[in-house]
Write a protein of this length. Structure first.
Length: 130
């Protein structure tokens, strides 16, 4: 059991290191891409595969604009980003990077709007009285 815990901690640690490196690269403007140079991109999470060969990178353009365009720019520059991550994160293999939009903020906003809906608030207050 301890080996599973150690493995999951290692995955989290490597994922966080990859997230930090990608955030630094993107914030400093190291990628020579017109779209990425004009958009601030937040790397919200990186999930590593158990063998550390694949990294799923969740991103969110700040101010929520041009999401698909930013995602396409990241995919265009994946070779450069992979090389930079490999040189800065000490792992046996250079992880393949897969970029996805982080939808969790949008989901949180939807839930918040639902909870503020008067009908839902009424139903919640009625169920609390029982």
């Amino acid at each position: 059991m301890a080996s599973e815990d150690t493995q999951s901690v290692r995955l989290l640690r490597v994922g966080e290191r990859v997230r930090h490196v990608l955030s630094e690269i993107l914030s400093r403007g190291d990628v020579h891409d017109e779209v990425l140079s004009t958009h601030l991109v937040s790397v919200t999470e990186v999930r590593m595969s158990p063998d550390l060969r694949h990294a799923t990178v969740f991103v969110k353009p700040l101010l929520g604009g041009d999401e698909e365009e930013v995602l396409a720019a990241l995919k265009r520059n994946v070779r450069y980003l992979r090389g930079e991550v490999a040189s800065r994160v000490n792992t046996k293999y250079a992880a393949n990077l897969k970029f996805l939009l982080d939808e969790s903020f949008d989901e949180g906003g939807k839930i918040d709007r639902l909870l503020r809906d008067p009908k839902i608030a009424r139903d919640l207050s009625e169920s609390g009285e029982e």
